[in-house]
Design a protein around this ligand. Structure first.
Ligand code: ZN
Length: 392
């Protein structure tokens, strides 16, 4: 018994020794860490003071001092928004007649041929039907149509809507025009444009019919199909010919004829109650120094402005470091659209779509990192590369 009690005492003493050692060790560690933190803090302050002094001495590398202040103080409010700087992208005369804002009417002939079109057959959902197998639309217009028709089916349960006309050649339009003249005894119905003056040449227009008890009929904008009047803008389409704008468009009301102009402009046109002619006239009042500022329903602010064409080539101003879309108007100029929250992308992302004037989605802008000249060079080279292949 006594032996074992002695052993316990010894163990107890060892235990207290161990605890004392542990306390000393922890205290040592804390002191070491404190010393280290103080040392690092002092070093950083010294370095930032040194760089600050350097930049005060006339060093033009402001990015270093702003970088350091951001890193040490963590006060992001000190780093103000960089001022907007501008560069240009070169557009050709052919680009004036290309893009989703081109105006085609009795006064403005479409003399190009659209490219980058996709056949609807095999590239559409089951939410609508096709009148014939050979139908084509500009690819962004088709993608938007597919989304819109899916949404209409989800909302109404109707999947029998029929796409009856999309892209038409000038020859097809001429036949339609002559048939219309013959059928109306020479006066014309006011619904069929002459060859070269129909939006169907552009690949941006689509006609819709609905299934009725007596067969198919053109959309009349009533009943379930009023959905299109109210919602097509969300997919980048506008009802192009309405009764109240007939005096301007020269075309009678056609609730079945939808025209793709892209979601931003479709929303601006819808909200402002413009027809395309009026909308372009309104944008023409705004140049790059005084852009039209449009806030979309999603909260994004877009700067939209007009640049008159200058002949063979036009230097179109765009903002460095922001993405942009440039569309021709087919009436002598360009419309530029800049989402203000955009920050552009890296140099490796081509700006081809924006520069070529097709104004398709996914356009990337010039990079602000490489500076104005670098960005301009990128834009120009991409433009010339793509405009060789795009002629619409
Ligand atoms: Zn039509």
């Amino acid at each position: 018994m006594s032996y074992s009690s002695r052993g316990r005492k010894v163990r107890r003493r060892r235990k207290t020794l161990n605890i004392r050692n542990l306390i000393i060790l922890i205290a040592g560690c804390v002191v070491t860490i404190l010393l280290f933190v103080l040392l690092v803090h002092g070093a950083v302050r010294l370095i930032s003071k040194g760089i600050g002094a350097l930049s005060e001495l006339g060093g033009d590398d402001s990015s270093i001092s702003s970088g350091v202040s951001e890193g040490t103080s963590g006060e992001s409010s000190e780093v103000s928004e960089p001022p907007v700087s501008w560069t240009t992208v070169e557009m050709t005369e052919a680009d004036e007649r290309s893009g989703d804002l081109i105006l085609v009417n009795a006064a403005h002939e479409y003399t190009s041929e659209p490219e980058d079109m996709t056949i609807l057959y095999g590239n559409k959902p089951n939410s609508y039907g096709l009148k014939v197998a050979e139908m084509y639309l500009k690819t962004p217009a088709l993608n938007a149509l597919n989304e819109m028709m899916d949404a209409f089916q989800a909302s109404s349960g109707i999947s029998s809507t029929l796409v009856t006309s999309t892209y038409r050649t000038a020859e097809e339009q001429q036949e339609l025009y002559e048939a219309d003249i013959a059928a109306t005894g020479g006066s014309g119905s006011g619904e069929v444009a002459q060859a070269g003056h129909s939006e169907h040449h552009t690949g941006y227009a689509v006609d819709l019919m609905y299934s009725s008890p007596t067969g198919y009929a053109y959309l009349d904008g009533t009943g379930s199909y009023a959905w299109f009047n109210e919602n097509c803008y969300q997919y980048g389409y506008i009802v192009r010919y309405t009764a109240d704008k007939q005096a301007i468009t020269g075309i009678v009301s056609e609730p079945w004829h939808l025209r793709y102009v892209g979601p931003v402009h479709a929303e601006a046109i819808q909200r402002g109650d413009y027809c395309l002619e009026e909308y372009i006239d309104m944008i023409k009042l705004h140049d790059s120094t005084n852009p039209y500022s449009f806030v979309s329903g999603s909260g994004e602010t877009y700067l939209i402005y007009y640049v008159p064409g200058e002949g063979a080539t036009t230097q179109v101003p765009v903002q460095v470091g922001r993405s942009y879309e440039v569309s021709g108007t087919n009436e002598g100029g360009f419309i530029v659209t800049i989402p203000t929250s955009s920050t552009g992308t890296t140099d490796s992302q081509p700006a081809a779509d924006g520069v070529s004037g097709t104004s398709e989605p996914g356009v990337s802008g010039v990079s602000g990192v490489s500076g104005v000249s670098g960005a301009a060079a990128d834009g120009t080279s991409d433009g010339s590369g793509s405009s060789g292949s795009a002629s619409n």
